[in-house]
Design a protein around this ligand. Sequence first.
Ligand code: TYD
Length: 398
Amino acid sequence: MICKVTNKKIKPFMSFGRMPIANGFLKKNQFKKEYFYNLEVGFSKEISLFQLNNHPKPKQMFNKNYPFFTGSSKGMISHFKSYANWVKRKYISNLNYLIEIGSNDGTFLKNFKNTNVKTLGFEPSKNVANISRKRGIKTINQFFNFKNVKKNKNLKNKIDIITAANAICHIPDLKSLIKGIDFLLTRKGIFIFEEPYLGSMYKKTSYDQIYDEHIYMFSVSSIDKIFKKFGFELIDALEQKTHGGSMRYVIARNNIHKVNSNVKKKLKYEIKNNIHNLKGCLKFKKNCEQSKKKLLLKLKNIKTKDQKIAGYAATSKSTTILNYCGIGPEIIDYICDTTPEKINKYSPGMHIPIVSMNHFKKNMPYAAFLFAWNHKKEILKKEKIFNKKGKWLTHINL
Ligand code: TYD
């Protein structure tokens, strides 16, 4: 295996086995042609980077059928509003032009409407890009990479802020990404992005964060080291609650802005907790294996009592849990979800039927596996009847 940034050889330290596309919800007649790959992870000691080995090509995931819509969660809508307000509060005096990478349905950028800030989104999936355009948000339906970015000569060194959320870890070629950022940003320009945090994944053993779209699980140590290689520096790092624990990284050109003391503090924390080295990976591997055993036992105990189990929310994350642990329709009867594009299809790999929320209300199971555990608060608030009648379960301690 080759590190995608240093191009040096590294050894994969763990495999989650044969895996389908995480968001590849499919119809029965597509079962035979389903694509699988081996989900393996490795770690570059040089830049502390946790990464996938093989992964499907981005076009296999982000296309006209991409079924993920940021606006499907109230919690995320409100998070993006406060993210946008934070950007405005901190940077508005120098902010004329902002670009978002992976702008999805425009949930973040719509917060800049009715301001003087010009915005532009880069979104590779046509269906979600079109939703954003319908909302009046200027969107380029292309991947954000140097090749596509440099076509926009008029934007060279004109962008004050580039943002992203849960998008940078989806981009395999980080060098091309950074070249694109370098092309666009003004001298004082800032790049802000937030991603699921490796330290939170270790803490919770939430291995379901690992799937084809998440090519990297970043940490403060890795981001610090990667950007240093390209003339940029990490100037701040702020923890976020989203996706079960994320980190917001603030990047600038070298020696232009003050570096916040958070950076040093977080780097120290990561060294103390083995988040920057292979030791942390090996401990995580052991924890995953134990978690799998524990989960299968928990599910078996419910099934021997002939009780029904449903899945709640057909998340991308659930694909890793179901396929790694070998959980199919013999254990989980159905998975309910709010996304029309997923309903009446089957889950990738294990082929559990995806049904509407109405089906859940009419066929309440004994237990519901909360696959969207990161939206627990929002979901428990609306599932008052099931809270009383049924039992929630997850593979992690929340
Ligand atoms: P998320 O955890 O953001 O997904 P992923 O693992 O794919 O990043 O959850 C999004 C999915 O969860 C989406 O299919 C919609 C579904 N969902 C519900 O069905 N009901 C809900 O109340 C919420 C918040 C999400």
